[in-house]
Design a protein around this ligand. Structure first.
Ligand code: HPA
Ligand code: ZN
Length: 340
């Protein structure tokens, strides 16, 4: 056994990231570079001024800035550059497997074709598989503030790209947009062979998590942190070991919790839920996956074993085949045996 300080241990820990929005990886520097390349005016004079605007009061105050930022993405190369920058960063943080959300409607509503988005993203993912050895999948999210009819149109547009998209998800403004609105679209998606996930219980009530499970038949719940308000739901999530893709820094930035110390991730872990740690929108929330791991370690004094468990949960929850899963779990096991 070789003792490693916790930060070094986190850096080397083989990890899977299951909750990251590609549009949320758009760093201010790249936003300015793409704005110049595509001749798109920005509302801010400098990278510093833009960064300073990243003070959010809730989910909606973030989404307004996040959708405005995405306007600089116009060509396939822009999507390629964006995804590639994230994939390189993930690789540098020892992420072995990643499932990346993208929001086609954020782009198609601006006149950017579904094909342009897919061409760029698929190029970056293919390069990451070949040159970085990462396994990487795409999850297409429907914007819940738009209509179920709009989501259905998006599902139809995805048909030619079916083999490049592993699952469908649901994101954007949560309160007032319950999962049940999307029951039919998700049924169609499942018939088409897509797996399903949904953001639920970030700002919305525990009942939205119940709806996502019962009606959308999700394999994982994104965020899900408000489940602790409903004991029967917690029992159900524990019994079924439904993975929760928890994003600690995101939750603090969007004031779901007042501070990291007040975050319920330790309580979720102690409730024997299948917790995974993720970055959500790292360019906006001040950290990628390792910074999220480190932040909760510092706040709650998590042990090396706790971290191993969190990473194990993510590989168990990943949408990958049995052999690849075992390969990653073995690698994680070897790492833990060496350093714990
Ligand atoms: N919640 C809902 N929609 C989102 C988020 C989030 O945290 N990030 C990007 N789109
Ligand atoms: Zn999210």
């Amino acid at each position: 056994m070789i003792a490693l300080d916790i930060k070094t241990f986190i850096q080397g820990l083989p990890k899977a990231e299951l909750h990251v929005h590609v549009e949320g990886t758009l760093e201010p520097e790249m936003m300015f570079a793409l704005a110049a390349r595509n001749r798109i005016p920005l509302d801010f004079d400098s990278v510093e001024a833009l960064r300073q605007a990243y003070e959010f009061t809730n989910l909606q105050s973030f989404l307004d800035i996040y959708y405005a930022g995405a306007r600089v993405l116009r060509k396939a190369k822009d999507f390629d550059d964006l995804a590639w920058a994230y994939l390189e960063k993930a690789h540098a943080q020892n992420v072995r497997h990643v499932e990346i959300f993208f929001d086609p409607q954020t782009h198609t509503t601006r006149g950017i074709s579904f094909g342009t988005v897919m061409t760029g993203l698929c190029r970056a993912l293919a390069r990451a598989r070949e040159t970085l050895g990462l396994s990487a999948h795409l999850i297409m999210c429907f914007l819940r503030h738009l209509s179920p009819g709009d989501a259905l149109q998006t599902l139809l547009q995805a048909q030619p790209y079916r083999k490049h998209i592993t699952a469908v998800g649901l994101d954007s403004s949560e309160a007032g947009y319950p999962p049940k609105l999307f029951t039919d679209v998700f049924a169609r998606a499942r018939e088409g062979g897509f797996l399903t996930v949904a953001h639920a219980g970030e700002e919305g009530p525990p009942d939205y998590i119940r709806q996502a499970l019962a009606l959308l038949k999700v394999a994982r719940t994104d965020h899900g942190v408000r489940c602790l308000e409903d004991e029967a739901l917690v029992r159900d999530l524990r019994r079924k070991q439904v993975p929760l893709t928890v994003c600690p820094l995101s939750n603090v930035k969007l004031k779901v919790f007042e501070s990291l110390a007040r975050h319920n991730v330790k309580a979720l872990i102690d409730s024997d839920l299948c917790v995974t740690i993720n970055s959500d929108d790292p360019a906006y929330f001040g950290g990628y996956i390792n910074e999220n791991f480190l932040a909760i370690c510092k706040a709650f004094g998590l042990t090396h074993q706790d971290l191993q468990r969190l990473s194990q949960n993510a590989f168990r929850a990943a949408f990958i085949g049995k052999d690849l899963r075992q390969h990653y779990l073995n690698e994680l096991d070897r790492y833990a045996r060496r350093y714990i």
